[in-house]
Design a protein around this ligand. Structure first.
Ligand SMILES: Cc1cc2nc3c(=O)[nH]c(=O)nc-3n(C[C@H](O)[C@H](O)[C@H](O)COP(=O)(O)OP(=O)(O)OC[C@H]3O[C@@H](n4cnc5c(N)ncnc54)[C@H](O)[C@@H]3O)c2cc1C
Length: 391
C-alpha cells in the first residue's frame, strides 16, 4: 500500500505550532512533518522583549523541546534543517538534494531581520533578536556588560529599550526618524512614550544612523552620521523585519510584501498555503500574534476538509513599554484618516476618523489605555466576514 503523504509545515514558530495544534484536534490520522531551521523549541516570541526585566534565561523562555512537541502533536519534526527550494509542480520541497513530498504544504517560515551596512571592525557585535537562539546569544554576550546601543525606534526597539533598562543596562537608542514608532503613531502619543522611556533612563538619538562601529579596548565606539560618538559594549539591531518571500517567488508563487494568499490562506500554487509573518492575507501583512492565531484556526479547518475563510476583527497591539503603557490600533494601510489628540503625556488619547466620521484607528497611552475595550467595539473589522467562499 502506498504511504499516505504528510501535511508538511515549514516553520515551528507560533504560526507553525498553533496551526499544528488546531489541525491535530480535527485530524489525528494524516502524517504531519514539520521542518525548521532552528532547534524547534516552542516559545512565545513576545517574551523576547521582556526577558531582561524578568531576568529570564533563554532556556526559561523555552516552553517545550522539539521532541516534546513531536510527541504532543504526533508529528515528525526535523530541526536545524533548512528548506532550500519549493517545487509545487511535483508537490515536493527540497532540503538540499533531498526531495520531500507533501499532500499539502504550509509556509509558516516568518520574517527575517533587516541588516544595515555598518563600517568598522566590530560589525559582529551587532545582535538582531528575532528568535530564541538570537536571544540566547545576546544574553550570553550581554553577561557582565553595562551599555547597550539599540538601532531602531520602532515598536520592538522601544520594547527592548524599556526591557534592558529594567534589566539594569544603560541604553542609548539611535534611529533615523523624527519620532519613535513613526509608521505606527502620531506625534503626541509617540512623545508620551519617549518621555516615559527617558524618565526610565533611556537616551534617544533621533535623526542620525549608525555609520561605524569600532573596537576600543574591551568596549565599542559607535560613530553616528551626524559625527557624534557613543561608547557602548554591544548593539541590538531592531531596524525592521522582512517577510521571507524569496523561495516562494523563486518557485513562481505570487508575493508582494508577503506571500500572497486569499482568505482560505491559499497561495497561487495548488496545495500550498501560508500564514503568520510571511503571509499577506488579502493584501494585509500583519506581523503580530493575534492575526496568526486567527489564521491558524481557520486554516486547520480548511486543511481538515471544511473550507473556512479567515476574517479579522480589529487587531489592536499592546506595546510592552510599561514605562508608558501604549495600545495602538493603526488605521488600515491605504485608508485616509484624520487624527485628533486629547490629553497630555503620559495620558494621551489619539483617535483616527475617516472622512465619514467613522473611527478607523487609535493610539492610547498611560491611563488612557483603559479606554481600549470601548474603542475596539467601534472599530471596523480589518477583514470582514465573508458570506461564502468556494474551495
Ligand atoms: C522581540 C519581539 C517581540 C514581539 N512582541 C509581540 C507582541 O507583544 N505582540 C504581538 O502580537 N506580536 C509580537 N511580536 C511579533 C510576533 O512575535 C510574530 O508576529 C510571530 O511570533 C511570528 O510567528 P511566525 O511563526 O510567523 O514566525 P517565526 O516565529 O519567525 O517562525 C519562523 C519559523 O520558520 C523557520 N524557517 C524559516 N525559514 C525556513 C526554511 N527555509 N526552512 C526551514 N525553516 C525555516 C524558522 O526557523 C522558524 O522556526 C514580537 C516580535 C519580536 C521579534
Amino acid at each position: 500500500m502506498k504511504a499516505q503523504l504528510p501535511l508538511v509545515i515549514i516553520g515551528t514558530g507560533l504560526a507553525g505550532y498553533n496551526l499544528a495544534r488546531e489541525w491535530r484536534k480535527l485530524d489525528g490520522e494524516t502524517p504531519l512533518l514539520m521542518i525548521t531551521g532552528d532547534d524547534g523549541r516552542s516559545y512565545s516570541k513576545p517574551m523576547l522583549s521582556i526577558g531582561f526585566g524578568k531576568n529570564k534565561a533563554a532556556d526559561e523562555l523555552g516552553m517545550a523541546s522539539a521532541g516534546a512537541m513531536a510527541e504532543q502533536l504526533g508529528a515528525e519534526i526535523r530541526t536545524h534543517t533548512w528548506v532550500t527550494r519549493l517545487d509545487p509542480e511535483h508537490q515536493q520541497v527540497w532540503i538540499g538534494d533531498e526531495p520531500v513530498p507533501y499532500r499539502d504544504l504550509v509556509l509558516a517560515w516568518g520574517a527575517q531581520t533587516l541588516r544595515v551596512p555598518i563600517a568598522g571592525d566590530a560589525a559582529e557585535a551587532v545582535h538582531p533578536i528575532n528568535d530564541l537562539l538570537d536571544y540566547a546569544r545576546f544574553r550570553e554576550a550581554a553577561h557582565g556588560k553595562r551599555r547597550v546601543l539599540i538601532l531602531g525606534a520602532g515598536l520592538i526597539g522601544c520594547e527592548f529599550a524599556n526591557d534592558l533598562r529594567l534589566g539594569g543596562y544603560e541604553v542609548d537608542l539611535v534611529a533615523p526618524c523624527e519620532q519613535i514608532m513613526p509608521g505606527l503613531l502620531p506625534a503626541e502619543p509617540a512623545r508620551a512614550v519617549q518621555a516615559g522611556l527617558e524618565a526610565l533612563g533611556a537616551r534617544f538619538h533621533l535623526g542620525p544612523v549608525l555609520e561605524r562601529l569600532d573596537r576600543e579596548g574591551d568596549a565599542l565606539r559607535a560613530t553616528l552620521s551626524d559625527g557624534r560618538t557613543l561608547a557602548c559594549d554591544l548593539v541590538v539591531s531592531a531596524v525592521g523585519l522582512r517577510p521571507r518571500t524569496e523561495l516562494a517567488q523563486a518557485a513562481g508563487l505570487a508575493a508582494n510584501r508577503g506571500i500572497a494568499v486569499d482568505r482560505l490562506l491559499r497561495t497561487s500554487a495548488p496545495h500550498v498555503h501560508a500564514l503568520g509573518d510571511c503571509a499577506e492575507v488579502d493584501g494585509l501583512n500583519l506581523l503580530y500574534v493575534m492575526p496568526l492565531m486567527t489564521s491558524a484556526r481557520a486554516l486547520a479547518r480548511t486543511l481538515a476538509g471544511t473550507p473556512t475563510p479567515v476574517s479579522y476583527g480589529p487587531m489592536p497591539v499592546t506595546v510592552k513599554t510599561p514605562a508608558c503603557p501604549l495600545v495602538v490600533s493603526p488605521p488600515p494601510a491605504g485608508r485616509d484618516g484624520h487624527w485628533t489628540v486629547e490629553g497630555t503625556a503620559p495620558d494621551v488619547r489619539a483617535l483616527c476618523h475617516d472622512a465619514d466620521g467613522r473611527l478607523i484607528g487609535y493610539a492610547l497611552t498611560g491611563a488612557r489605555v483603559q479606554e481600549r475595550l470601548a474603542l475596539n467595539k467601534e472599530l471596523p473589522p480589518l477583514l470582514a466576514e465573508l458570506p461564502h467562499v468556494s474551495s
